[in-house]
Design a protein around this ligand. Sequence first.
Ligand SMILES: Cc1ncc(COP(=O)(O)O)c(C=O)c1O
Length: 428
Amino acid sequence: MANRRSFLRGVSALSGGMFLAPHLSEAIGSKIGNFNRKHASLSNREIAEDDEFWYWVRQAFTGSENINNLNSGVVSPQPKSVQDTFDRYIRISNEAPPLYGGQIIEQSTAAVKSKLAKIAGCLPEEVALSRNTTESLETIIFGLNLKKGDEVVLTKVDHHRMKYAWRQRAQRDGIVLKWIEIDPAMDSTEHMVKRYVDQFNPKTKAIEVTHLINWSGQILPVRAIADEARKRDIDVIVDGAHSFCHFDFKIPDLNCDYFGTSLHKWLCAPYGTGMLYVRKGKAKNVWPLYASPDPLSDEINKFEYQGTENYAKAEGIAESIGFHEMIGIERKEARLRYLKNYWANKAAKIPKVKIVTTLSDEYSCAICLFHIEGTKPFEIGEILEKKYKILVRPIDHENVKGLRVTPHIFTTIRELDDLIDAITVLAA
Ligand SMILES: Cc1ncc(COP(=O)(O)O)c(C=O)c1O
């Protein structure tokens, strides 16, 4: 806890005054003062390379020093403060569950939805809490009024659970799915937009766009694709599982109708927390997954009838938002991209190693895939885990093959150097 407090003071001091006041006190020693003076004039890019700053961030997490976790593409660990808050509210809610389950949870849910809306740049009445991206997006996939013959355009590299949901809908309701291919090295907005637009016709009613493809880390130009779709009255559903709180954007800037995300990924919120955004005026077009008193109302809350929830989640999410905001999304994005470029540029120079994902800033951030020619990703993944204690994710899916490396804000340069050393040995 002591470490975390120091970190908060340090980070507050770096936040250009925005979060400064509540945390500055006489208890801040000369170290923090120096820290502040040293960093006050630094740009996000300079801070991205400042390992002292990120050392403090790492102190806020509780990961094992014996495991080099470069697989934050599944879920993020939570800062200790989020874990503590969650534990505390489990105990508090057990003091008087009827009271907690009644009024208190409602108030904390409303408060946390306002905070999420602020980060997302949308209205609180456009935000519903869910358990994850799957629940958010399946609400839309199963809730839209689509009839036999209506067409939906999606990519072969969309997440498999969303693909299962669309296939189930196709089997049950006779909608037609149009699959497009996206190459992980593609870095032309024009080409990606064309892939979608080539499939559009008067029967096209909806598209799914994955903002950041989990298999490769590739970022798709959602805005450009959405503009073309909406011109033709086609609904735009965005899978934002990996983009929200990973890099800087506001949901309305994407011009989409629906956006689902998991807060346990880049926001570092408690496991089993997610968010659904529904553009104002669109909720009335979607049937809720869990029945509500008025399923055709235009109120976003109709999507929150999942039954009894874990009372501690809303407080845990709020704590993770505080943590996220103290670092700031611009710094987080700059650091994540810096870490990715650091290891990927070194790996690219190793004979037989190929960087599969585009490294362009516009089309990738933290997540990137490499492949060692003549090897099997799952075999390499196993050696990295068993022998080197390095966690990455082997991928062999559609046209995407290799090992997915996902550093996080707690990742150190030494850990990336360890990865490079291991790849060098394995490639040789
Ligand atoms: C692109 C994408 N969509 C959806 C999901 C599903 O997320 P969740 O399991 O949190 O529902 C994931 C999970 O990694 C993902 O990467």
